[in-house]
Design a protein around this ligand. Structure first.
Ligand code: E4P
Length: 280
């Protein structure tokens, strides 16, 4: 079995955040989506800056040279997604050779839209052209399995959004960053679930098991929609190949009360002789 090495992506379209994570030397990739681009554009406009979208995306690609950057299609049919995918790849991949096209596993707005397979067919077509695909909006292991069969390079289970869904379906109030137990949320006698999935981390773990069962190694499990550092840890424990994390979660990976307390105490205890040695 392939050795799983966790990779950390930043889930952001903000240049300053990407720069910060990259300069810390821990960045392995970048994921964007239309909502993250919207937040980045708003931040630029709030600072009174003009938005040149193409130039802005090229800056992200250059910053992350050598690391995969996912850019999402906006079309919602097979034809539109093929057109968008080719346009994104042809326009932006020449910049730094690191573009992955993000395709929703199913672009429908309703259950019986008649286009449930459009995402999978677009993944198959674009990946057969050599365009690497990040399959997004994955909420079941079977969606992940079909995306892998279609040739996706990454499948992105949305861990946090499954937890949100389970809580809201059961009338539980929550804040976006609240921890959700990986083993499931107990309400009365039962563990809440969504069709056999008890948490976002359970979804990641079930995909890992199925991929291992069938020796699927070409498609990487990219745990997405991660809302807090404990969930990032649990994504690694569940066997995710990659976790994409917002900047605030990346920042808080390193924070612990006892580390801060220990720093204060060690600093207080520095004797002059030791400080002189280090010329402080
Ligand atoms: C990443 O590819 C996803 O678009 C992202 O993680 C979604 O996160 P959210 O559920 O916090 O918006």
């Amino acid at each position: 079995m392939e050795v799983v090495k966790i990779r950390i992506f930043i889930d952001s379209s903000k240049l300053d955040e990407i720069k910060k994570a990259h300069s810390a030397g821990i960045l392995d990739g970048v994921t964007t989506n239309p909502s993250l681009i919207k937040a980045a554009v708003k931040a630029l406009k709030d600072r009174g800056e003009n938005v040149d979208m193409s130039g802005y995306i090229k800056e992200i690609l250059m910053l992350a040279k050598g690391l995969p950057v996912s850019l999402e299609v906006i079309g919602t049919t097979y034809d539109e997604m093929i057109e968008d995918g080719k346009k994104i790849y042809d326009t932006f991949n020449p910049v730094a050779g690191n573009v992955y096209v993000k395709i929703p596993v199913n672009p429908s707005f309703e259950e019986d839209s008649g286009k449930n397979f459009d995402g999978i067919m677009a993944i198959k077509e674009l990946s057969s052209m050599g365009i690497p695909i990040n399959c997004t909006l994955v909420f079941t292991p079977e969606q992940a399995l079909l995306a892998a069969k279609a040739g996706a390079s990454f499948v992105s289970p949305f861990a946090g959004r499954i937890d949100d869904y389970i809580r809201s379906q059961n009338g539980i109030e929550f804040n976006k960053s609240d921890y959700f137990p990986a083993d499931g949320y107990e309400q009365g006698e039962k563990i809440l679930e969504d069709n056999g999935i008890v948490s976002g981390i359970d979804l990641v773990g079930q995909i890992r098991v199925i991929f291992n069962n069938y020796g699927i190694t070409e498609t990487k499990v990219l745990a997405a929609s991660i809302r807090n550092p404990r969930q990032a840890r649990e994504a690694a424990l569940a066997g995710a190949d990659i976790a994409t994390l917002p900047m605030d979660v990346i920042d808080s990976l390193l924070v612990h009360y006892k580390t801060i307390e220990g720093m204060k105490k060690f600093t207080e205890d520095i004797v002059p002789e030791y400080a002189e040695l280090l010329e402080r």
